[in-house]
Design a protein around this ligand. Sequence first.
Ligand SMILES: Cc1ncc(COP(=O)(O)O)c(C=O)c1O
Length: 400
Amino acid sequence: MTFLSATLDRVKPSPTIAVTTKAQELKAAGRDVIGLGAGEPDFDTPQNIKDAGIAAINAGKTKYTAVDGIPELKQAICTKFKRDNDLDYTTAQVTVGTGGKQVLYNAFIATLNAGDEVIIPAPYWVSYPDMVKLGGGEPVFVEGVMEQGYKITADQLEAAITPKTKWFLFNSPSNPTGAGYSWDELKALTDVLVRHPHVWVMTDDMYEHLAYGDFKFCTPAQVEPALYDRTLTINGVSKAYAMTGWRIGYAAGPEMLIKAIRKVQSQSTSNPCTISQWAAVEALNGTQDYLAPNNDLFITRRDLVVDLLNKAPGIVCPKPEGAFYVYPSIAGCIGKTSKADVTITNDEVFATALLEETGVAVVFGAAFGLSPNFRVSYATSNEALREACNRIITFCEGLS
Ligand SMILES: Cc1ncc(COP(=O)(O)O)c(C=O)c1O
């Protein structure tokens, strides 16, 4: 009898955390490292939200709450869905978890049986396939290549659906590419889903508010109301409100599913942090005025990074619609050799050589299921971004 669970054999540790750890080690050893791996905004939680957390502590709101959230937060979430997405939900259709990550995980545990398939467009957020496997399901990947703007087409989705498909997992704007589906692009996918009533839709709208220029965010149940009864719409406060450490995510969907999610959470973590829930009430109900200036800052950074990376020989970097990532292709670098005599055979070798030879930490594309690429998080200062991109340019110029 083996001690560790066989399920764990199907799962790998998070590669993004591995890159961050490696960069920290080099930094601790005195190296000049610029980390472009972090998946979180570099600014502080807004003061009104912090004040709400402090007020909750001072008011003694420090005890257990209902398993899947306080009524005040559930109501704020319903109001948010109506205000931002024109979606009507009752509080009984809402669940709150310890980050969007827990909500996704709960949903898979609550619904997957052995052999159930989950369609995941690639490149994908690193955790999706492993969460599906932990739930006993099988991830089925559909590639949204660079030439398609890192998005999948209706035909690709149609071809991936089988009688075993339980979920289609959708994420726009995307981690790791920043790609965002327009209304028409999403409608083409929802038209396919309407024809397959056994397929449910799990949409991860975590980067909803990080949408730039002419791109307008939209979500499946809004684009196709016929999918409302089989859609779980997941969102959270981490990215838009710079609240990654507070750990609050939420979802809305059919009451039967929400009840099942509550059952999972009731036997694992119970309620998300009480203080954080009160802070999240303020995030959703309070002023939204800082979202636009934050986005202006992100647009400047995105444009800076895209311009500079496209100057690096062998790199092609499309300009994405949202989030705070770009996902350049390094196809033109494959087969070349670096100044330190490393032959770039794949994107993991590229990222390792880049870190060791220049001190720039990025996450290699294979971690996200589409190669040869790397992910840059531009949630850092213009100076750091300029310096990092210049080092990447020098590194690529040095390849022969
Ligand atoms: C696409 C996507 N979904 C979900 C999450 C989880 O966010 P949280 O658990 O902080 O709410 C992240 C975080 O990186 C993400 O990038």
